[in-house]
Design a protein around this ligand. Sequence first.
Ligand SMILES: C[S@@+](CC[C@H](N)C(=O)[O-])C[C@H]1O[C@@H](n2cnc3c(N)ncnc32)[C@H](O)[C@@H]1O
Length: 435
Amino acid sequence: MSASGDPQPGLELIWPGKYDPAGQRRQPAAADLARPLRPLLTSPGRTAVEAELLLGDNLTISASLLASCRGQVDLIYVDPPFAIGSHLAAQATLDDGSAVRLPGYDDRWPQGPGQYVAMLAERLALWRELLTPSGSLVVHVDRRAQHWVRLLLDELLGAERFVNEIIWTYSTSGRSQRAWPHKHDNLYWYCLADPPRFFAEQARVPYSQAYLESHFTHTDAAGRRCRQRLDCGKWRTYYPDQGMLPNSVWDIPYVNSQAAERTGYPTQKPLPLLRRLVDALTQPGDLVLDPCCGSGTTLLAAAAGGRHSLGIDASPLAIAIAEQRLARAGQGYRLRAVTPPPGAGRASCRVGDHLGGWRLELTGYRASDGSGDGLEWLAMWQLLQAGDPPAVLHAVVRQRRAGLAATLDLPARPPGPLQLRLVDRRGAVTLQPLD
Ligand SMILES: C[S@@+](CC[C@H](N)C(=O)[O-])C[C@H]1O[C@@H](n2cnc3c(N)ncnc32)[C@H](O)[C@@H]1O
């Protein structure tokens, strides 16, 4: 058995930077990394259950969160880059129907597996500090990194803290004929408590129709359909609406190109997968952190179940998509960042009275380097009411089919100073006063 933070006897994973030149194990320099987290904006209609988005590198932001959240997070779900070896792009459709590829994120590790493991090791050490004494960590990877990650987690959290390997299996198009097609991911669940904090009743899922038909063939004394079977020498009765505790292989459809929940963000995970994890490993009111939140799936799953959530991502485009998804779900959120993103472009617009109301119309956008003249360069825009932090009055994200709506009609001009917040196709963010 290994104590957490120590390698297992006789087996050690070594990565660049693990030891200092004197041979001492390096500890995360959280204090040196921490920076003030500045509020960037709050959404309208804040609700009791709140999500917080944090824009920036998750190393700096996790270190910065320690001051307020050390030992307070009940579940951390991490869906890091998978070591795919390429730059991932997000697909989107322009107003004219043509497809574009928006910048996603870089998943290249030119210095090899050690570079990937070192990146994760530094961060995992911080995430462990954020967990409550009974907190859970789930790391989602696939065949490319799972063998390194499992050893790393055993070392950093303690092999005895490992609870489950969940295999998420799905069918996607593209079936290799050279070998069995890879159609699963690996999720490693570690829990700091023994026994693990697991809410079996909340983890139940409905029986499949085929299972109901083949197994629920009895009727109880009250005439209810049921299943009766001998369990450890005792007859037990099961009812269809009780559902069942699934085993550790989960067959959940991938977010396909036609799915209503699809945002176009690369590697977006299905909401039912995250709901299953969040529901089983936390209670309403708990705090969930996703340090690689991408399009915000974990935050939506947390909100649907009445959990608080924190989502970190370095990509402004990911944060913009997550914001939009939360807003559509009626969730209040706020956005903070280590440093306010620099101005990166400028929109031209017409503002004024229109048919007895007030109209704002975006007519163009030019990036600060002069490229990208035209609204097709914008991924998202928001109208903000200036304040500390500013409040979002209206948000528009480019839609896969409908493109980007550029006109906003309101009964009257909102009071006070107004700002535009623009996120362009390369993820650059601009805050622009609206005169
Ligand atoms: C696999 S995707 C997550 C997808 C997400 N689960 C979803 O459902 O949309 C990984 C995410 O990690 C983010 N990321 C990678 N390295 C990061 C870092 N150092 N700091 C913050 N975010 C990072 C990427 O921008 C990307 O959005």
